[in-house]
Design a binder for this molecule. Sequence first.
Ligand code: ZN
Length: 452
Amino acid sequence: MLRKRLIAATLTIAFTLVNGYARKPGEPFKPGINLFSKDQDVQLGLQAAGEVRQKYKVVDNRELQDYVTRIGKKLAAVPEADKYPYTFTLVYDPSINAFALPGGPTFIHTGLILAADNEAQVAGVLAHEISHVALRHGTNQMSKANFLQLPAILAGVVTGSNILAQLTQLGATGFMLKFSRNAETQADLTGAKIMSQAGYNPIEMARFFEKLEAEGSSRAPQFLSDHPNPGNRVKAVEQEITAFPRTNYNASAGDFASVKNQVKQLQATYVKQNPPSSQQGAQGVQAQPPAPPSGNFKQFNGKHYTFVHPDSWEVFGSSDSGAVTVAPRQGVVQKGQAGAVGYGVIASFALDEDNSHGDLRHETSDLIKQMSRSNAGMRVSGEARNVSIDNNPGLMTPLTSESPFGGNETDMLLTVARPEGLFYLIFVTPEKDFRNYQKTFDDMIRSLRFSN
Ligand code: ZN
């Protein structure tokens, strides 16, 4: 209950700051409420960038890296970018996307360059990303979603300590690249201003978004799932532009046609040398699976909920927080600086992004979208069915993704509508082992009780 009131209070404050007055085109936005310091944004971003560099292959071509850096630096130099230590890195990924971590590290997919018609369109996406950094949307969303647990963690953070690992354990980092529609509007309009000041025609940002929308749902670009259309995106940018001083837009960092050609060739060579299925083997030795659970159970008593779990499993995360992982130690494998759960259970509350209180199916589908963003390849694998959990309506949705132990993974998702927000519990095993764990799972679910 407490948790819900606090989150509601936070949302109200943020709402007043943004919408408390009629905004005129061109007027700057202010960052929303944030429990992180600006330095902590930078520290978190640097650590997360280290992980990104392990996950993606950075394009090994000086000329191309210099090219994206020149565009980025031009944009980052305007006052709206707020002097964060921005970096711009081109990585191999055929999907149309770019993303920025708190504090400035920005990554550009090769697929984005290939989809753009001109340099200003690439600049448009980068200006949008820079705006998310400058307006601190990543840590703002994390603050809103973890209002109770974050202060203790952040108070204990000293320079050089691994803030990312602590946040990952809390399950908080899922919100780092997940933006609300409100944040999207701010990033679009601030991005347009940044472009204009740097000498790029901001209308190209709107044109590029229009082009992505036109791709339709069959080829829905990843950019649009990370950055949902707040509605009338193109119109809003066009209206914003009317407030800017008339300028000659003549910025250019190089010959875009030749850059695009180079990316095309490198991308083709890269795909040939690294066919998608070879990724598993490249990681080398496969982790050893944990021993099956003994059949004896232990009680987990959290502040918001309780359940039983196999006595050989450990609780990761604090029982006070809304988010815990309960898993056999061998079921959690190291992935970069964070852990990936291959066997075990993750329980948490989700952030109700668009305030759609109450509609369990809608909130569940939002949560699945959000999870599939940070777990590439995660998808629904069967019919959702209604269940009742401790007298609350619940939904059981089977998902599948890639297991860190090799092959497919079964992710059985339970969502329950609670007054504190959407509760979820994911039961994770490799697909081939799911039958052996089914009884354990059923026993755990049956024991689940919520505190009032
Ligand atoms: Zn965005």
